[in-house]
Design a protein around this ligand. Structure first.
Ligand code: C2O
Length: 543
C-alpha cells in the first residue's frame, strides 16, 4: 500500500460563470477541486493550508475513518476549524472500500465550491468484479450561485427565511450548453464505438436531489458510495446530495454527440420549481463536433415512481454482514419545522419565514446546534463537561400521523447539542421517518464514520408490525447516505464498531443550517484496537 501526500491550499479565486465573475473559495485555485485517486488499502495525507478568509475544515465523505475520527472533519464535531493562516494534516487509510467517494468543506456553505472526487481503485493485485472498463470519467453534479454562497446562507440565517435557490446546476463546475455564456466550456466525455466507460457520478449539489440520464444510452449500475452492487440496468439515476453511483456505459450507439443531463427531483425548500437542466456531452471519437447533440428525456420533477424503481434495485454484491438481531432499536423523525422568532431576532427586517416564523429542522424534535468552544470529540475524550448532553431521545416525544396533514404547530423543536451514546460493538437499527411538517421532502441522511445497510424503505408511516416483514437481511445495499423517500421512511442497520463522535445529518445543506442533525457517541471498546487513536499534534483546538 502507498501513502499519497497532497497539499490543499484554501484560497480565494475569481470564477466566471453565467457571464459574471464571483470570488469564491477554492482548493489550489481550482473549482471544483483536485481529484484524488488511490487504491483500496492506501493512505492519504493531505495538508490543508488556510489562506482564505473563513474558518474551514475538510470532510472525506464516506471514508470510514476506522479509529481515526480526528481526521473526519466536520467543524466542532471532530475538530475545531482551521483558522485563516492555520493548517492541519488529515491522515487516514482507506480500507475495504472501492468505488467513488468525495471530499468537501464542512463549515458553513463553503462546500458549494470547495469539493472534489476521491476515486478508489481496486486493491493492488486485484481487479474490478466486472470487465475492466476502457475509460473512467468522473461527473460531479453541483450548484452555482451568482453570489458568494457564504453570504447566501448568512442572509437566510439573519432573516429566518429560506435561502435563495442556486442560479444553475453544474457538471464538473460547468452549467453547460443550455445556460447563458456557458456553451464554450461544456464538459465533453469521450467514448469510442465498442468501448465501455465507467462513469463515477457524485451528487455534490448543496440542496438538490438530481436525476441524471444520457440520451439513447443505458446505464449498468455497478456501485454506490464505494461499495459494489449486483449490476442492474436503468436509463435514469437519482442521487441525493452526498450519494455517489458508479455506472458502466457502452459505446453501442451511432457515433455522434449525446447530451448527458441532470435536473431537479423535487425542489429544495419548497421553492418554485426551477426548470433548468445542466448538460455535458458524450462524444464518440470521429464524430463531428458541429453535430447538435441529442437531448434525453428527463423524468418530471415529481416523478417519485421512477425514484422508487431505481432506489429499490440496489443489492449488495458482496456477502452482506447485516446484524440479524439488534441491541438498539431507534426511531428518528426527520423533517422541517417552524419556530417563532425571538423578539430581537432581527432589528432591521422581521422574520421572513412563513407567517412571521423562521425555518427550523430537527430529528426527534431536537434541532442540533454545534458547540463553539470545543469539538464534541475533544470534549468527550478530555471529559470536558457542559459541551454536550447524551439525552438525544430514542424516539420522538409524541406519536402522530407523520406523513398526514400535519399541523405546523405540532413540532416546534427545541435546540440542543444532544448525542446518543452507543456501546462499542452494539448492533443498531434506525428507522428514519420523514415527516410532512411544512413540506414532505426526500431527505438524504448521511452518517459519518460508518456504512450502513438499507434494509427497507416505504411510504407513509413506518409500521413495526407489518413493515418488518419487508426487511432484506440477505443482500441489502451498503451506503453512507440514504435517500429517505418523500413522505416515507427507510430502515438502516450497522454495528457500532468505530469509536468516536459521528454526525448524522440531512445532506441538504440548508437543512443542516436549520438543525437537521444529531450525533452518535460511540464509546471505546476494551482493547487497544477498539479505541480511537490519540489526536494528531496539529489538531486545531478552539481557543
Ligand atoms: Cu458529506 Cu457531514 O457530510
Amino acid at each position: 500500500a502507498v501513502t499519497h501526500v497532497h497539499q490543499f491550499v484554501i484560497q480565494e479565486a475569481s470564477v466566471k460563470r453565467l457571464c459574471k465573475t464571483q470570488h469564491v473559495m477554492t482548493v489550489n485555485g481550482m473549482y471544483p477541486g483536485p481529484t484524488l485517486e488511490i487504491k483500496n488499502g492506501d493512505t492519504l495525507s493531505v495538508k490543508v493550508i488556510n489562506k482564505g478568509k473563513y474558518n474551514i475544515t475538510i470532510h472525506w465523505h464516506g471514508v470510514r475513518q476506522m479509529r481515526t475520527g480526528w481526521a473526519d472533519g466536520p467543524e466542532f464535531v471532530t475538530q475545531c476549524p482551521i483558522r485563516p493562516g492555520g493548517s492541519y494534516t488529515y491522515r487516514f487509510t482507506v480500507r475495504g472500500q472501492e468505488g467513488t467517494l468525495w471530499w468537501h468543506a464542512h463549515s458553513t456553505w463553503l462546500r458549494a465550491t470547495v469539493y472534489g472526487a476521491l476515486l478508489i481503485q481496486p486493491r493492488e493485485g486485484t481487479n474490478f468484479p466486472f470487465a475492466k472498463p476502457n475509460r473512467q470519467s468522473t461527473l460531479l453534479l453541483g450548484e452555482w450561485w451568482n453570489a458568494n454562497p457564504v453570504d447566501v446562507v448568512r442572509e437566510a440565517t439573519r432573516t429566518g427565511a429560506a435561502p435563495n435557490i442556486s442560479d444553475a446546476y453544474t457538471i464538473n463546475g460547468q452549467p453547460g450548453d443550455l445556460y447563458n455564456c456557458s456553451k464554450q466550456d461544456t464538459v465533453v466525455v469521450p467514448i469510442s464505438s465498442g468501448e465501455t466507460n465507467l462513469l463515477r457520478v457524485v451528487n455534490s449539489a448543496m440542496n438538490q436531489p438530481l436525476f441524471f440520464t444520457i440520451a439513447n444510452h443505458k446505464f449498468t449500475v455497478v456501485g454506490a458510495d464505494a461499495s459494489y452492487v449486483k449490476p442492474f440496468t436503468t436509463s435514469v439515476l437519482m442521487l441525493g446530495p452526498g450519494q455517489t453511483t458508479d455506472v458502466l456505459i457502452s459505446g453501442d450507439q451511432t457515433p455522434g454527440r449525446y447530451y448527458m443531463a441532470a435536473r431537479a427531483y423535487q425542489s429544495a425548500q419548497n421553492a418554485p420549481f426551477d426548470n433548468t437542466t445542466t448538460t455535458a456531452i458524450l462524444e464518440y471519437s470521429k464524430s463531428s463536433s458541429a453535430a447538435k447533440p441529442i437531448m434525453p428525456r428527463l423524468p418530471a420533477f415529481n416523478d417519485t415512481p421512477t425514484v422508487t424503481a431505481f432506489s429499490t434495485s440496489f443489492r449488495s454484491r458482496e456477502k452482506a454482514l447485516v446484524p440479524a438481531q439488534v441491541d438498539e432499536n431507534l426511531f428518528f423523525t426527520v423533517g422541517l419545522g417552524l419556530n417563532s422568532c425571538p423578539p430581537n431576532f432581527n432589528k432591521t427586517q422581521q422574520c421572513q419565514g412563513p407567517n412571521g416564523t423562521r425555518f427550523t429542522a430537527s430529528m426527534n424534535n431536537v434541532s442540533f446546534s454545534l458547540p463553539s468552544n470545543f469539538s464534541l470529540l475533544q470534549a468527550h475524550k478530555q471529559g470536558i463537561r457542559g459541551v454536550f448532553t447524551t439525552d438525544f431521545p430514542a424516539a420522538p416525544p409524541r406519536v402522530f400521523d407523520y406523513t398526514g396533514n400535519v399541523s405546523r404547530s405540532l413540532f416546534q423543536p427545541a435546540t440542543g447539542t444532544k448525542l446518543y451514546r452507543l456501546k462499542y460493538g452494539s448492533r443498531v437499527q434506525v428507522v428514519l421517518q420523514g415527516t410532512s411538517i411544512v413540506t414532505p421532502e426526500n431527505h438524504p441522511i448521511h452518517l459519518h464514520g460508518y456504512d450502513f445497510y438499507i434494509i427497507a424503505e416505504g411510504f407513509g408511516n413506518f409500521n413495526p408490525k407489518t413493515d418488518s416483514s419487508k426487511f432484506n437481511l440477505v443482500d441489502p445495499p451498503l451506503r453512507n447516505t440514504a435517500a429517505v423517500p418523500v413522505g416515507g421512511w427507510a430502515v438502516i442497520r450497522f454495528v457500532a464498531d468505530n469509536p468516536g463522535v459521528w454526525l448524522m445529518h440531512c445532506h441538504l445543506d440548508v437543512h443542516i443550517t436549520w438543525g437537521l442533525a444529531m450525533a452518535f457517541l460511540v464509546e471505546d471498546g476494551v482493547g487497544k484496537l477498539e479505541a480511537i487513536e490519540p489526536p494528531p499534534e496539529d489538531l486545531p483546538i478552539c481557543s
